[in-house]
Design a protein around this ligand. Structure first.
Ligand code: SIN
Ligand code: CO
Length: 388
């Protein structure tokens, strides 16, 4: 995609301009980011999803005497029948994994790395409903899908920002609104991480949140070092050949620190392992239990494709690819596979195509390495045969 094409979704900004001036930096309100937008899912269908075992959902109800009650799904039909007229919100995570028409919306966000996307959450609120003033650690695009929501934005926050005493909800004790807007269907608000915000439903209101993810520094360090540790033999240790005699045997001297730093640097700067770990980590599925593989023989797999079967990406799987040295790696659902550089176009196709079949796979099916790769992805569950 051309980064210098003005995008309706960004109010006429190009991807380059948005990334330079707004992304991770400051909010952007776009009126009619998606003109005449109609939600592909109705409030009733959203409530229906919240009844499902595998769907993560929450209900936030505000009560006068017991404010901000949080309930976690799955819910049952009675839950919704007993709700008051106003002041509650139902939030359903990762609707993109369950409703293909909702997943299609993510196509509009191609100007950002796909592996940064967490999920598309949908909230439905009765008038007055909201989750209170809070901040998120991630970037979010809030697309108004139905009805109207008043958004207020405020100060930048951090881990020291005082919160109300609530076990489950992180509601800010202080909120200092600086701007506010009422969003109508098709309007969108981008918020960078850590910006205080508060959305209140003006009427029956549905809001889509395209949320992003970024590992914390603590996660990067602990997970990468765990990963590295698997490749290091026990014999490889702190070593101090040529140590100088010390005046006091109880002192840890500066040169010990230098030796440690050299040991850390040697391993931490292994780009091949760092890329492998990162790709695996970033493609870890949000709900691993929804990426279940199947057992199939290679010849049955090939036969099915030749008979016209269609492979589709498991909507719960995440995929990415990268270069490591002379080779390429395909990351799929937390696993990595090293492949020859000549498979570049196949990797791009696997990561981007809605469906794979004899027509678009063409000669790749005759390629041993390419065919085996596809077969392994089916056995792992990242790809699956479409239902007839
Ligand atoms: C909502 O949609 O009600 C909440 C979204 C958010 O503030 O992150
Ligand atoms: Co938020």
């Amino acid at each position: 995609m051309n980064p210098d094409t003005p995008l309706q979704l960004l109010g006429g900004l190009t991807a380059r301009e948005f990334l330079r001036d707004y992304w991770q930096k400051k909010p952007l309100l776009v009126r009619q980011a998606i003109p005449d937008f109609e939600s592909p899912i109705s409030p009733d269908e959203l409530a229906g999803l919240a009844l499902e075992e595998e769907v993560e959902s929450r209900l936030v109800i505000e009560h006068g005497e017991r404010p901000w009650e949080l309930q976690r799904g799955p819910f049952n039909e009675d839950t919704f029948q007993d709700l008051p007229e106003r002041d509650w919100t139902l939030l359903v995570q990762a609707v993109d994994q369950f409703v293909p028409e909702v997943a299609e919306l993510l196509e509009d966000f191609k100007f950002l790395p796909k592996w940064r996307i967490d999920d598309l959450m949908i909230s439905f609120a009765a008038p007055g409903g909201g989750v209170g003033p809070h901040f998120d650690n991630y970037d979010v695009f809030l697309l108004q899908a139905h009805g109207h929501r008043r958004w207020q934005i405020g100060q930048m926050c951090d881990a020291d920002s005082p919160l109300l005493p609530h076990a489950d909800l992180k509601i800010l004790a202080q909120f200092e609104p600086t701007d506010e807007w009422v969003l109508a269907p098709g309007d969108m608000l981008y918020l960078p991480p850590c910006l205080a915000h508060c959305g209140t439903a003006e009427d029956d209101c549905m809001t889509y949140s395209v949320g992003f993810r970024a590992p914390s520094a603590a996660e990067v360090l602990t997970h990468f070092t765990d990963f590295l540790g698997q490749f290091l033999p026990d014999e490889e240790r702190y070593s101090d050949a040529d140590i100088q005699p010390s005046e006091d045997p109880n002192q840890i001297q500066r040169d010990a620190l230098e030796r440690l730093k050299a040991l850390l640097n040697e391993h931490m700067s292994d780009e091949r392992l760092l890329m492998t770990w990162f790709g695996q980590f970033m493609t870890e599925p949000k709900y691993p239990e929804l990426v279940a593989g199947i057992e199939i023989e290679e010849e049955d797999f090939l036969g099915a494709l030749e008979d016209g079967a269609i492979l589709i990406r498991n909507p719960s799987a995440r995929m990415a690819w990268s270069e490591v040295g002379e080779d390429l790696v395909l990351f799929a659902s937390g696993q990595s596979r090293l492949v020859s550089a000549r498979l570049r176009e196949l990797l791009k196709l696997i990561c981007s195509a809605d469906a794979l079949h004899v027509e678009n796979l063409g000669a790749w099916l005759a390629d041993d390495e390419g065919r085996t790769l596809l077969w392994e992805l089916v056995k792992q569950g990242s790809l699956g045969f479409a239902d007839e």
